[in-house]
Design a protein around this ligand. Structure first.
Ligand code: HEC
Length: 220
């Protein structure tokens, strides 16, 4: 008897939670709840169930990214950063979003503009030309299955003489709401200083301050 009440209560709770709530204006949060996945078995299911955030497969992460993309695009289309508005039309260099320990455990994707196409040659990329732009977008999946759009991590190759220490790269962090949070030699420069020091380690390894897409997620 008690057990039945308990199960009914759980059922009601789950029903009340049917939310795919992506509001581009307010937030980019998608709640994946069990009830979404208990519908008609013949109907294709729109969402991947996020019950295993720690061990999401590539296709699962890709499906989540796909669902989140319209809200991210809508938000970034209003950003003062032209890069945030444009990057989704550029080439993506990873097969599926992967978790980046060095960028806050977020799931991330790597894009480059046409000038930065050599990024796709990985360790053979050499020094990227002036005008190359690399963009990493991101989202988080919390332990309880919440999916949330995250910041953009941007590297732009500037003219010679821009900044010797950064290899003439300008780092920019654009928040999930499109606001520019910090930029090398610009507003909030101190907020992106930590990017420089870590990416310097790549230079020590002989690369142009870039680390490249992890092998498991490189395009064939
Ligand atoms: C603790 C080290 C570390 C910090 C701090 C860091 N990065 Fe990275 N970054 C990496 C590594 C490692 C990769 C490649 C692997 C990956 O994607 O996680 C990378 C990749 C990138 C890329 C793609 C180009 C490439 O190197 O492959 C961009 C763009 C980028 N980071 C921007 C930033 C920005 C902007 C910041 C600061 C807001 C930042 N990073 C902070 C280590 C770091």
């Amino acid at each position: 008897m008690l057990l039945r009440h308990f199960l009914v209560a759980i059922g009601i709770l789950l029903l009340a939670q049917v939310t795919v709530h992506v509001d581009a204006q307010q937030s980019s949060t998608v709640q994946y709840s069990d009830s979404e996945f208990s519908g008609d078995p013949d109907e294709p299911r729109r969402h991947t169930r996020v019950t295993n955030p720690a061990t999401l497969s590539g296709p699962e992460a890709e499906a989540i990214y796909h669902d989140l993309a319209p809200a991210m695009e809508a938000t970034f289309s209003l950003s003062p950063s032209a890069i945030a508005r444009d990057y989704r039309a550029w080439s993506r260099f990873n097969t599926a979003p992967y978790r980046s320990a060095t960028h806050g455990q977020r799931f991330i994707n790597n894009y480059a503009n046409a000038v930065g196409a050599a990024y796709g040659r990985h360790e053979d990329a050499g020094v990227l030309p002036v005008g190359a732009i690399l963009v990493k977008d991101s989202f988080t999946v919390t332990d309880d299955g919440m999916v949330e759009a995250g910041p953009l991590f941007i590297m732009e190759k500037m003219d010679d003489g821009f900044n010797y220490v950064t290899g003439n790269w300008r780092y920019t962090l654009v928040l999930a709401d499109g606001a520019v949070y910090g930029q090398t030699l610009g507003d909030g420069a101190q907020r992106v200083e930590y990017c420089i020091s870590c990416h310097l380690a790549a230079q020590v390894q002989g690369a142009d301050h870039i680390f490249f897409v992890p092998e498991a997620f490189r395009l064939p």
